[in-house]
Design a protein around this ligand. Structure first.
Ligand code: SAM
Length: 249
């Protein structure tokens, strides 16, 4: 399965953390990992910031991601040697180890563009869970239509890119209501030189009932559905769908 250039390409991966700072989601997953403890799998670990933090807290952490660019950043991070890194997508993951806690954060689950991909990933995760293990991930509620804010007229982030000067990110999107797939155009402007890099990615939005059907097909069952990183209960108006799952057997 091809990975979006925005994660695979060394340049885009090198600026990912500048635009994605530690936030409430990192606290959500860190707190949950510390509550559950034991062996942890960060699926779609990206640049590895959260995986390294969990390992620094004493957890036994594996980080898996299909993107070479993101993993390169992860492997160069301070403390990265405490984490076992694996280059793999979730669907084809076949590790010998079984985990107490598997999580997928940063809406990485939305990179599954079809039901078949999503079920393959959920099935692979089920096979990597210990009997009492938990799989937790977040996906944006399509009802909230978050993509409508990702426009050139929307909020623009500007970061300090060090040697590269100030970098501005401008997003634009094209949504396909038939599939739920939103194509995102990521435009990075180097404000001090006038240079520009443009990358593309695609994510899919599915609603809670649709997702619950895929979870069931994969042999998993919900423990609870949250509606945001504050562990508020899921409602149809929630901005997020947060699945806390266990194996059905
Ligand atoms: C938005 S980033 C999130 C990264 C990290 N979890 C975070 O929160 O910073 C999405 C990540 O999902 C990864 N990804 C894409 N397709 C995947 C798949 N099929 N299985 C697992 N991870 C995947 C990407 O390479 C990327 O690192």
């Amino acid at each position: 399965m091809a990975v979006d250039e925005i994660f695979d390409d060394a340049f885009f991966a090198s600026i990912y953390d500048l635009f994605n700072e530690w936030d409430a989601w990192d606290d959500f997953y860190l707190d949950m990992a510390l509550e559950i403890g034991g062996d942890v799998l960060d699926l779609g670990c990206g640049t590895g910031r959260l995986a390294c933090r969990m390992a620094a807290e004493g957890l036994n952490v594996t980080g898996a991601d299909p993107a070479a660019g993101m993993l390169r950043v992860a492997r160069s991070r301070t403390g990265n040697e405490r984490v076992t890194w694996v280059q793999s997508d979730g669907q084809s993951l076949r590790l010998a180890e079984r985990f107490d806690f598997v999580y997928m954060t940063g809406h990485a689950f939305q990179t599954m563009l079809t039901d078949a991909e999503a079920v393959a990933l959920l099935t692979a995760v089920a096979a990597h869970l210990k009997p009492h293990g938990r799989f937790v991930f977040d996906t944006r509620n399509p009802a909230a239509k978050a993509w409508l804010d990702w426009t050139p007229d929307g909020p623009r982030a500007v970061v300090d890119g060090g040697d590269r000067g100030r970098i501005e990110e401008i997003n634009d999107t094209a949504a396909d209501p038939a599939t739920g797939i939103v194509e995102i155009i990521h435009r990075y402007r180097f404000l001090d030189t006038g240079a520009e890099r443009v990358g593309h990615s695609r994510i899919r939005f599915i609603d809670r009932d649709h997702l619950a059907g895929l979870v069931d097909q994969a042999g998993l069952t919900p423990v609870v559905w949250y509606g945001d990183s504050d562990r508020s209960p899921y409602t149809p108006d929630s901005p997020e769908i947060v699945a806390v799952l266990r194996r059905r057997d």
